[in-house]
Design a protein around this ligand. Sequence first.
Ligand SMILES: [Zn+2]
Length: 243
Amino acid sequence: MSPDLSLVLKLQSLDSRTVELEREVAALPKRIAEIEKQLDSHKKRLELDRAALAANGKERKSREDDIKVQEQKISKLKDQMVAAKTNEQYRAFQHEIDFCEKEIRRFEDRILDLMTESERLDKNVKAAEAALAGESKQVETEKQAAKQTTASHMQELATIKAERQQIVSQVGKEYYTQYERLRKRPGGIAVAEAVDGSCSVCHMIIRPQVMQDLRGGGDGVNFCESCKRIIYYNPPVSAEQSA
Ligand SMILES: [Zn+2]
């Protein structure tokens, strides 16, 4: 393998890693925003349940007051009843008392409903409070982890940048120009290996004549005729050679 080719392969591996790191760094704030938004919606729902619970308590108090008013009315009506002069008057008072008692029962029924509802709301609020405490902690942990990952990725990116500059200063102009041109295409892979007579990236068969050139290992840059990437051939190492 020519020195230029091995340098370009190093560039390829550094650039692939750079793309990967940059993608992760860009994705982290989105992920954090997502979990924060979710946490916020859970907080809002808890606020709604708390408000409903407070409104429930308020209405209960108000219905209890209504009952007191009716009881006072009844007691006043009973006092008046004692002084009733005719049966008709007596029945009129009784009728009014009956009405008040019916009202009291209606308020009592409502209070029972409110109590059932309040139990449910109270359970919801307590469960949501417990879940929120756990979720807040989880979000905090993920935020810290994201911060650390970002810092370490940035550090690695800086190292890669320095290493890349070092390589760029050594690689031949022809190889580097072609590499840079190809790297900017979608997918970012500029160099492909010829494996079993095919391009390892686009998988198209390489013409025997081109394969011959590749095996010959000339100095020039070779390209895959299908995907136009820089193509190279790495001859298999025999057992005697590696020993
Ligand atoms: Zn190809």
